[in-house]
Structures are given as structure tokens and as C-alpha cells.
Design a protein around this ligand. Sequence first.
Ligand code: SF4
Length: 180
Amino acid sequence: MSQTDLLKTDCSKCAALCCVVLIFDKGKDFAFDKNPGEPCRNLSGHSCSIHNTLEKDGFPGCVAYDCLGAGNRVVQDVFSGQSWQQTPHLLRNMTEAFSAMCEVHKRIDRLRAAETLPLEPQDAQSCRDFRAQLEQRRWSGSELNDFEVGLALEIDLFFYKIKDLLPPGFSEEIWETNLI
Ligand code: SF4
């Protein structure tokens, strides 16, 4: 898989995982409240029944959301194309794996961006090494479960080390989650 393809979302190869995992609060981005882990009531199979009218129907938040290819990677690589809809007992494992893979892909995206910065040679190598680990691994569910308490922390500490080179807002979301 090429670098470009890895972060490219392909909903046709997913199982509508974002439409299950994400939490909504009724407001300007979503027309009703939804709990995490609850399939959206607009879901029809793996498709959104209001896909062509999302903004008009009050869901610009869905239009703006992009999992950066995490959903299709989880379904195809970790679950071999299976879906919680045909195999309901997979729902919890699939949604947990999706949440973790989103964190993996978020960091791939940031590592690629960091590689464009004027890093010290040792830091540039660390950047490439971390990215290779995230991109080339064939993740299992258990490896994904451990990601945020292992490799993700190492990567976030690396970002912290080079923080003076990073543009504002570069990794605030990650640091808020893991380091503060
Ligand atoms: S409104 Fe459509 S795209 Fe948004 S979560 Fe529901 S089913 Fe998915």
C-alpha cells in the first residue's frame, strides 16, 4: 500500500464504524444526540441513508469527519473484511480497534508532517522509524489495544522533544489526551 493510500479513507471497504463509535451532541454539527457505540439511526446497512443530504439535514459534522483510512484498515486488515452487522459479537472488538487505529493514523499523519521540518539527523531518523512501525505493521486487535499505553506514548514524547519546531496546534489534541 502506498503512503498516499494508507491515509485515504475508503468507506466502501469499511463497516460504517464511525457511524457507531462517534458520539454526537445535538447542535450545529449534528441534528440529534448519539451515544458512543450506538449505531446511528440513519444507518442503512453500511451506508448512510441521508448521505446526499447530510448538510441540509443537519449533519455537517459527518461531512467534515475523516478517519484517515483507519476504518477501512481495521475492517480489511484486522477483521479480514468481516462486519459487526453479520457477526454482532464482533461489535465491541471492532469499535475498540477502530478507535485505536484512528490514533495510529493520526500519528502517521503528524509524523509525515514532522518529516518536512528541519530536524536534527537523529530526530529525522526517529521520525522515519516510528512511521515505518505504524505503517508497515499488520496490526492485531491486541496490539491495537496496547497501542496507546506503549508506542503512542513513545511517539508523543518524541513530539514533545521537538515541540519547539512544531507549528502551533500541531499535536495539541494528542498531548491533551496523553501527556497532560
Ligand atoms: S448521519 Fe449518516 S454519516 Fe452521520 S453517523 Fe449517521 S449514518 Fe453515519
